[in-house]
Design a protein around this ligand. Structure first.
Ligand SMILES: N[C@@H](CCC(=O)N[C@@H](CS)C(=O)NCC(=O)O)C(=O)O
Length: 385
């Protein structure tokens, strides 16, 4: 494991890891299914169970029809006048920060999406403050209508602009770094959050253009490279990240080891009361071991889930080889390199990661990436404003 002066190497998983890869609606439907099954089996008997199930389905359909008219509605993230009164957990100060950005990252240290954002910030040598969110109570983000992490709060002229979703955060900041005449709060308008229904008719908000950089007049010439970068970033979110959970919670023993490692590197002992930490480890490990079996099916992973992990890594490495150069971006990492690295970093202490190093040729690219990030190589490309 790598150490660094900034401590950004700490890799954990989301304590509520199910929510990385499983939509909130899917999760609650799994829990409700378990709950319904217990009701049927344990106490009330088969006919009553069917009645409850039917009633529940009717209720869900009714609920869905009530939200249906919201389809297409845009949710605006408003600028906050005041900084939320939440204590900062720690600061990451970069001596090479060439930007004027003032950022607070609300995160779970172990969440792959949060790791992705930190990887981006660290590569470009941008300083930021961190608020570690309590994954059980989430009171640190009670000021936000968006209930997931990461959330990045950027100080702007008129207050504090919340930015939601890791890929949107990265695209927006990358657009800003390319042309700093653009204002953060203006750039937000290019990434509207639109209401739509998922496969379970549950209302959710989808962020438009989240893999797109806003170039304005300075359109890039190498459009094929831009498109490739975009596709790989989407692959990370849509496919690759889904191979992680079933791999780190493969057996109950592995799930416990993973959660204990999260607790250790995430300093849960410091941030959360003992009872909460024990709940997070015990319930978390057991629940995720169970849920990861469903995730394995949902995302069509191979029977031996390690094979799916290696397949994903090999697909990525083959594409780099085909392109030529050390990174997908050639001689320097692009946003897709940072995305793949970010999510892999989040399993660095798990046996799945060690197995991946032993069974693929990942280490060459991974070590080169670690060096780039620890040296904040991206800061070379940023000029002082
Ligand atoms: N698409 C989002 C996904 C973020 C996400 O699912 N985050 C998880 C943690 S890893 C979360 O906050 N889930 C809600 C919860 O923990 O209550 C992104 O890329 O930022």
């Amino acid at each position: 494991m790598h150490n660094s002066i900034y401590n950004y190497y700490i890799i954990e998983r989301c304590p509520k890891r199910n929510e990385n890869v499983l939509s909130a609606s899917r999760q609650s439907s799994i829990l409700k299914t378990i709950f319904k099954a217990s009701l049927v089996g344990i106490s009330v008997g088969f006919p009553v169970g069917i009645a409850i199930t039917q009633g529940y389905t009717w209720y869900r359909n009714k609920e869905a029809s009530q939200t249906y008219h919201l389809q297409g509605k845009e949710e605006k993230t408003k600028i906050l006048q005041e900084k939320p009164p939440v204590p900062i957990s720690r600061e990451v100060i970069s001596p090479v920060d060439a930007t004027d950005l003032k950022l607070i990252l609300y995160q779970y240290q172990t969440c792959p999406f949060c790791c992705k954002v930190r990887t981006f910030l660290d590569y470009y040598g941008i300083s930021y403050e961190i608020v570690e969110v309590d994954p059980v109570l989430r009171k640190e983000i009670s000021w936000s209508t968006y209930k997931k992490v990461p959330i990045l709060l950027a100080e702007v002229d008129s207050g504090y602009q919340p930015l939601n979703d890791s890929s949107m955060i990265i695209s927006l900041l990358a657009s800003y770094l390319k042309d700093r005449s653009q204002k953060i709060n203006d750039l937000v308008d290019y990434y509207p959050s639109i209401a739509m229904h998922d496969e379970n008719q549950k209302l959710k908000y989808e962020i438009m253009n989240k893999y797109f950089l806003m170039y304005q007049e300075n359109l890039p010439t190498k459009t094929d490279e831009i498109m490739k970068e975009r596709q790989w970033r989407k692959w990370v979110d849509d496919e690759f990240v889904h191979t992680l959970s079933p791999n780190v919670y493969r057996t109950l023993d592995e799930a416990y080891k993973t959660f204990n490692w999260f607790s250790e590197v995430g300093k849960w002992g410091e941030y959360f009361p003992t009872w909460e930490r024990l709940i997070m480890i015990n319930i978390g490990a057991t629940a995720m071991w169970l849920i990861s079996k469903r995730l394995k099916k949902k995302h069509n992973l191979k029977n031996d889930v390690r094979e799916s992990l290696y397949d994903g890594i090999n697909k990525w490495l083959r594409a780099i080889k085909k392109r030529g150069g050390t990174f997908m971006g050639g001689e320097k990492p692009d946003l897709s390199d940072l995305a793949v690295y970010g999510v892999l970093k989040s399993i660095e202490g798990c046996s799945a990661f060690k197995d991946a190093l032993n069974n693929t040729t990942l280490s060459t690219w991974y070590n080169a990436m670690t060096k780039e990030i620890e040296e904040h190589s991206g800061s070379k490309y940023l000029m002082a404003k």
